[in-house]
Design a protein around this ligand. Structure first.
Ligand code: HMG
Ligand code: MG
Length: 323
């Protein structure tokens, strides 16, 4: 049934790679995206139009978007490719490429399923200290900037996802994150026109009771579960527990990263997102439908972690491979 369906947003090619010190070749990033596109995933975060001075690893996101716009990526289902943009400058850099490739992507105004859809993602924070570290401005200023990014994106027909980071713990302010503040920021972003809020447990400090309290607070603020995604980093190994709690609250969209890749440059010590392999396996055990091929994502997780010279952080991936 439709209530059993879960959408997984694969963030490995962005969140997973942005923090890597060693420059990852463009070809490797493109191969990662091409492989992911074949697994049944419908949402793939592919890059980030941020200042290269701040996040050098994402500097070739324009080339990734250009590649996507060539429409050469084969996929069994229509895919939405998402790109972060922190300000109108970032969006304008993406827009330039879109304007050079008219008719080569689907939009909300022209939802042609034979073409790749492009989505923009803005990213706010629930605490002032994280906002300053991540965006170099206070929350209020960031929301004003995002309003412009969202409106310009919508004018181009692009779907917009809006992250709120550090919703369950902040590297600088600890556990003391006010869920009402999260709901207030989410409401502001939705009123500005965002299609979806992704609640980021950037530090992995979220626990089951506090995840539940946060989602109750979101519901009390009138935010619909269908407008909410959860984005769990697995630093403390609580991501799937918090996922179960979120499912009980009616959430059906979850972000994850193949091989458990990831970390945020402005969240010291935070590790990767919950692994896509673990997420898919977990959903299968619950009888939920992800549409994602577990064996295929397992192979990708093993390949990309080896490619990056790091250990495979997916326990399910390792178990499936018998490693
Ligand atoms: P700033 O330094 O305050 O910006 O940075 P500025 O407007 O003063 O510009 C400084 C320089 O950056 C200028 O260049 C601009 O042109 C350039 P210069 O004149 O010095 O040569 N610039 C840009 N270049 C390319 N693209 C742009 C852009 N904007 C300015 N968009 C800014 C402000 C927001 C740009 C900066 O802080 C930034 O890029 N931050 C990126 C932060 C980031 O990417 N963080 C990681 C992603 S968020 C995350 O991981 C969390 C998430 O996963 C959810 C979760 O886990 O919670 C989403
Ligand atoms: Mg993240």
């Amino acid at each position: 049934s439709s209530d059993n369906r879960v959408r997984i947003v694969e963030v490995g090619a962005r969140d997973g790679l942005q923090n890597e010190k060693k420059v990852i070749p463009l070809a490797t990033k493109i191969e990662l995206i091409e492989r992911l596109a074949k697994t049944g995933l419908t949402s793939i975060e592919a890059g980030s139009f941020v200042a290269p001075k701040w996040v050098p690893q994402m500097a070739n996101s324009n080339e990734i978007l250009e590649y996507i716009l060539q429409q050469k990526i084969e996929a069994p289902v229509p895919i939405t490719y998402s790109f972060l943009a922190p300000n109108t400058k970032g969006l304008q850099n993406a827009e330039k490429l879109l304007k050079q490739n008219p008719g080569r992507f689907a939009t909300q105004l022209d939802p042609d399923v034979t073409k790749p859809a492009v989505e923009v993602a803005v990213f706010a924070a629930a605490t002032e200290s994280f906002s300053q570290k991540n965006l170099n401005c206070d929350i209020k200023t960031s929301l004003e900037r995002f309003k412009a990014v969202i409106q310009d994106s919508k004018a181009l027909g692009l779907r917009v996802r809006a992250y709120v980071s550090v919703v369950l713990g902040c590297p600088f302010e600890g556990f003391d994150v006010d869920p009402h503040k999260v709901a207030e920021i989410a409401t502001d972003l939705l009123e500005s026109g965002a299609d979806e809020i992704s609640l980021g447990d950037t530090t992995g400090m979220g626990t089951a009771p506090r995840t539940s309290a946060l989602l109750k607070c979101m519901a009390s603020a009138g935010i619909r579960t269908e407008d909410v995604a959860m984005h769990f980093h697995d630093t403390y190994g609580q991501a799937l527990v918090n996922t179960a709690v979120s499912l009980e609250h009616g959430i059906r969209t979850f972000d994850s990263s193949v091989g458990g890749l990831g970390g945020c440059p402005y969240s010291p010590g935070a590790t990767g997102n919950v692994a896509t392999e673990n997420m898919v396996y977990f959903m299968e055990t619950l009888g939920m439908e992800t549409g994602v091929d577990l064996d295929a994502v397992t192979d990708i997780g093993a390949w990309i972690t080896q490619e990056l010279g790091k250990g495979n952080d997916s326990s399910v991936g390792k178990a499936v491979l018998g490693a």
